[in-house]
Design a protein around this ligand. Structure first.
Ligand SMILES: Cc1cc2nc3c(=O)[nH]c(=O)nc-3n(C[C@H](O)[C@H](O)[C@H](O)COP(=O)(O)O)c2cc1C
Length: 331
């Protein structure tokens, strides 16, 4: 097929293009531009364990909690998965390429010599995964040479691991995009076209991302145990106690469902309590944790703003305070 004739002038020339039924390799390579994670999906059927590596996993719905993946009809384990009542999705961490390769090959008993636990429906779960989803199989759909399985998640688990990625036909690791560090590295000043940064709010958003990701990293390494959003809610609740979630929301920059989840996470950690009028207050543990977070943020700021004149910092503080006060008045 003539790629030049097909191309639209604004899109540049494709490296390859064509009819996916004829140029199947090019079609595969184009699909492989879509980066995914890697999972080992497992099941137990009539006492026998099955598993295969998959990157077709995707989330479908939050309510009800549904996920999907697809299995090639020619896979040895196809009949087992088509008949299974439950399956488990083990999202692999970046040091589990060996496990991925192991389950990407057909074999008599792939679980021999491997340690696994069992989840719902006896589906095998692996330690050291980045996350797992234990599912009851709800539906199967025809998907050409694959069958699509939809599972309802009965239990999820997430661990403090970095996920393994798969892109362009190879394994990869997740690293922060360089644009996320633009501000911190001072690269803004080197950008030839700084027109975007002339819009002050754009610059502020970039500064916020740079600071937030730095604080988040430090928070994780120093084991303060809360995400930036959880810390923000804790701080908002402490600033004026007795506000409801609705009243706290303008300071969270999240929609209601996400704000409610955030609040529930702090309640389950025993850091805040909500009374029967919906008013949110810090518990004694919450007060202590907030003190530790504030001390940590102050120490991080000393490093972040080192070399910037006190008068400049005072101006930034005054401008930001004015903006926040204005925003709260109009919210
Ligand atoms: C990164 C990666 C992703 C894969 N994704 C899928 C997938 O989503 N569905 C599938 O059927 N096979 C997928 N495969 C191939 C299967 O893992 C492979 O065919 C395996 O041998 C099937 O297991 P079985 O036939 O022994 O049961 C993938 C392989 C790799 C390496």
């Amino acid at each position: 097929m003539d790629c030049q004739a097909e191309k639209s002038s604004s899109m540049g020339s494709p490296v390859e293009c064509g009819n996916p039924r004829i140029e199947t390799d090019g079609f595969r390579r184009s699909l492989a531009e879509f980066a995914t994670g890697v999972a080992v999906i497992t099941t137990t059927v009539r006492g026998e364990r099955f598993g295969l590596t998959s990157n077709s996993f995707a989330s479908v719905s939050l309510d009800p909690p549904l996920v999907l993946w697809s299995i090639r009809r020619e896979s040895k384990s196809f009949a087992a998965f088509e008949a299974c009542s439950h399956f488990a999705v083990n999202i692999l961490a970046d040091d589990q390429i060996g496990l991925s390769q192991h389950f990407a090959r057909s074999g008599p008993d792939k679980f021999r010599e491997l340690t696994s636990e069992t989840g719902h429906g006896d589906a095998p779960l692996f330690a050291s995964a980045a996350a797992s989803f234990e599912c009851v199989c709800r539906q199967t759909h025809d998907g050409g040479d694959h069958v699509i399985l939809i599972g309802e998640v009965l239990r999820y688990s997430r661990y403090e691991r970095r996920p393994l990625l798969f892109v362009k036909g190879g394994y990869a690791v997740a690293a922060e995009h360089p644009d996320m560090r633009t501000f911190a590295t001072g690269a803004i000043a080197q950008r030839p076209d700084d027109s975007e940064e002339r819009v002050l709010s754009n610059l502020m958003i970039r500064a916020y991302s740079a600071i937030a990701s730095r604080l988040e990293r430090a928070r994780q390494t120093e084991g303060l145990g809360l995400t930036l959003l959880q810390a923000r809610l804790l701080r908002a609740a402490a600033t004026s106690p007795g506000r409801t979630l609705d009243e706290l929301m303008p300071e969270l920059f999240l929609d209601f469902a996400a704000s409610r989840n955030l609040l529930e996470s702090l309640v389950s950690l025993g850091l805040v309590a909500v009374d029967d009028r919906g008013q949110v207050r810090l518990t004694a543990d919450g007060e202590l944790r907030l003190k530790a977070i504030v001390a940590h943020a102050r120490a991080s700021e000393d490093i972040l703003f080192k070399g910037i004149a006190d008068t400049d910092l005072a101006t930034v503080r005054r401008v930001l305070n004015t903006m926040v006060a204005k925003q709260l008045r109009t919210a």
